[in-house]
Design a protein around this ligand. Sequence first.
Ligand SMILES: [Fe+2]
Length: 169
Amino acid sequence: MFTVTNILIPWLRDAHAIEQAAISILEMQSKRLERYPRMEAKVIEHLEVTRRQAELVKSCLQRHNADTSPLQDSMGRFVSAMNALTTSAVIGDEAVKANIADYAFENMEIATYRLLIATANFVGDHETQTICEEILSQEQEMANWLGQEMIVMTRAFLNSNAVGQAARR
Ligand SMILES: [Fe+2]
C-alpha cells in the first residue's frame, strides 16, 4: 500500500532536487541575458520564486521528519541535458535556446506538482497538497509567460539578423 513514507517522501525529494537544479540553471542564465532585459528580469524574478519553492518543498519533508536528497540518476541526466541546452553558445540565439530549455523545464515541474498534488491527496497530507497547488500555479504562470515571450523573442532575433544582413549588402 502506498503511504507518505514509501511514495510521497521520495517524490517530494525529487521535486526538491528539481528546484535545486532550477536554481542553478536560473542563476547561470541571470548573468547571461543582459541583452534581453525582459527575459533577464523574469528569470531573476523566477529565481526568487524558485528559492521559496525549494524551501516550501523542504518544509513538507521536514513535517514528516524526512531530509532532502540528490536527484535520482535518470532525472539527473535530464537536468544535465537541460543545462547543456541552456549554456550552448550558439552565436546570437542563446537567449531563444534558453527560453526553450526553460519552457521545457517549467512543464516538467508542472507535471511533477500535478503528480504530487494527486499523491498528497491520496495519502491525506492536505498541507502538502495546498503548498503544491500554490507552487503549480506559479510554474504555470512562468510557463505561460515563456510561451508568449518565445514569439516576441524569436521575432526580435529574426529582425536583428535581417537588419544585420541588410547592412552588409
Ligand atoms: Fe519551480
